[in-house]
Design a protein around this ligand. Structure first.
Ligand SMILES: Cc1cc2nc3c(=O)[nH]c(=O)nc-3n(C[C@H](O)[C@H](O)[C@H](O)COP(=O)(O)OP(=O)(O)OC[C@H]3O[C@@H](n4cnc5c(N)ncnc54)[C@H](O)[C@@H]3O)c2cc1C
Length: 504
């Protein structure tokens, strides 16, 4: 340690302590690897609650870290509270259509996932991850630059007071968001496009508004008013709400008026707590890594928020690079394993960007119709056609389990042909998922008497790889990686573990 309480050396330095940087530190700690997360913000940004959708897959990963119950217990909207998205002509007005079972919120007890999704403001997720990261988190400092050589990376960090330090790390993970210093330092570039329409987020307090909403609980209320399209929802069960006004430039925005328009009440009592203008971007870094520096989360990819994939995709990155770095640093994999990170994660980000862009093609402005704002007869005349358009165009945005749970590391050099998918979850006993039995390293599932088990156990012993046997009598052998993805399936696992660790 040097004078400022900053270590001189650390196995992994993580640039940025947003959700993805913190998750990277938690994943590393899960495998016993120390890291330092360098983050300028002393506290999380309660008034900038960007992500609200924590996907079923992210919840499964939080369960793996022992944090799923913590998030549910502290989330202001219980998962049982609502799984509905309601389409209305104003928050206090008429209902046009509704979609249920949104965002995997209806998956409690399901055979599809060990955890349902959870609505939670991003700062709450970050706070829980900050607590879990513990001493690994260094706030009040930011990464100013880095130099990589054959043995490691020298990272220059600067405090809010302008103090400078150098930290030596074996590896760096750049989770420093859209304007990533790390991305620039390794010469990687964002490629892609941005949406032309501006968006304006507002956090507001409106006492008594919730009690007047005639549509019942919903996680999203989409307002299809051509004069002021947007979407809104509750941040808690008190009086705090979020909304996105679409097509509104920050310089033209009158936040109180925007909220009143979305609510459909010109006299609504509103207290504006914060505003946050943003633009939707479809960007993917042209490469994800140098030899010792890896990009994760928004530093590597950005997608429109429709479908709620941004930080969730980043958590998938964090787990993928986290277990691989730990395997290398713990001495049971060669550095070549790290070269598979980009091959596995970049195609997933590309698919996610395209799916989110497709979701953005039809938003409240496109669905809105002036007749929806007319008298009851005019409304009823157009309602069926608008409802049909809503259900036709928006269903996949709210039901994207293929993307959330179904992604496969096709083409990865370390998964066997036909493997690479997330191990299907199943319940072994009430409340006990197969995932709960996998251990922290690799796992072999299947008949404990199969000859292949001995082969894998011997290979694991030779290589020093932690391997957990999960007996499933009568079932074929499956080799599962630390990230719960299937590395191999079959009868003769000769060489399967070496292949999964990029040794062959
Ligand atoms: C309106 C809106 C709604 C959204 N809804 C969802 C949703 O429902 N679900 C979802 O999954 N995603 C959603 N997103 C996307 C989500 O907010 C981002 O994908 C997420 O914040 C990315 O996390 P990150 O950790 O990669 O980056 P960030 O959250 O951007 O964190 C980067 C961190 O790096 C720090 N930093 C910056 N520069 C440096 C530096 N030089 N050195 C050190 N640290 C640095 C920053 O302070 C910050 O803490 C939404 C986004 C928007 C705009």
């Amino acid at each position: 340690m040097n004078k400022a309480g900053v270590p001189d050396e650390v196995p992994v330095l993580v640039a940025g302590g947003g959700p993805v940087g913190l998750a990277t530190a938690v994943e590393l700690a899960h495998h016993g690897v120390r890291s330092l997360v360098v983050e300028p913000r002393e506290t999380v940004s309660w008034l900038r609650p960007r992500a609200k959708t924590t996907s079923a897959r992210t919840m499964e990963l939080l369960r793996r870290w022992g944090l799923a119950e913590t998030l549910r217990a502290r989330a202001p909207l219980a998962v049982s509270w609502s799984d509905q998205a309601v389409f209305v002509n104003s928050l206090l007005g008429r209902e046009i259509a509704r979609i249920g079972g949104c965002f995997g919120l209806d998956l409690a007890g399901s055979d599809l996932a060990a955890e349902p999704g959870q609505q939670a403001p991003q700062p709450l997720v970050e706070e829980i991850l900050r607590e879990a990261a513990g001493d690994a988190l260094l706030t009040g400092w930011q990464v100013a630059g880095l130099t990589e050589d054959g043995d490691g990376v020298t990272v220059r960090i600067v405090s809010g007071e302008g103090e400078e330090r150098e930290v030596r790390a074996a590896y760096v993970v750049g989770c420093d968001g859209p304007r990533s210093v790390t991305r620039a330092a390794i010469g990687a570039r964002y490629e892609g496009r941005q949406d032309a329409r501006p968006n304006f987020n507002i956090v507001f307090r409106a006492p008594g508004l919730a009690e007047r909403v005639p549509h019942g609980p919903a996680v999203h209320y989409w307002v299809l008013n051509p004069a002021q399209p947007g979407l809104t929802g509750r941040l808690d069960l008190k009086d705090t709400w979020w909304c996105i006004a679409q097509g509104v430039r920050a310089e033209d925005a009158d936040p109180v008026r925007l909220v009143r328009n979305l609510a459909g009440d010109d006299d609504l009592e509103v207290e504006i707590l914060a505003t946050d203008p943003w633009t939707a971007r479809m960007l993917l870094a042209d490469r994800y890594a140098s030899a010792r520096v890896f990009l994760a989360g928004d530093a590597a990819h950005q997608n429109p928020p429709y479908g709620g994939h941004g930080f969730n995709t980043g958590i998938g990155d964090a787990v993928n690079i986290g277990w691989k770095l730990a395997a290398v640093l713990n001495g049971w994999a060669p550095a070549a394993l790290l070269g598979t990170y980009e091959a596995e994660r970049r195609p997933i980000a590309a698919d996610t960007i395209e799916a989110a862009a497709a979701n953005m093609a039809t938003l409240a402005p496109e669905l809105a119709d002036p007749a929806l704002m007319g008298d009851e007869a005019e409304f009823e005349k157009v309602r069926p056609a608008v409802a049909e358009a809503v259900l036709r165009t928006k269903h996949s945005e709210f039901h994207s389990l293929d993307l959330v749970l179904g992604y496969v590391y096709t083409g990865s050099p370390i998964v066997a042909d036909g493997a690479g998918e997330r191990l299907p979850h199943r319940w072994l006993a009430p409340g006990v998922s197969l995932y709960d039995r996998l251990g922290r390293g690799f796992a072999v599932l299947g008949d404990p008497d199969a000859p292949g088990v001995k082969i894998l156990e011997a290979e694991a012993r030779d290589l020093g790889v932690p391997l957990e046997l999960v007996p499933l009598p009568g079932e074929p052998l499956t080799l599962v990686r630390p990230d719960q993805h299937v590395a191999w399936r079959g009868e003769n696992p000769e060489g399967a573990l070496r292949h999964a660790l990029a040794m062959s």
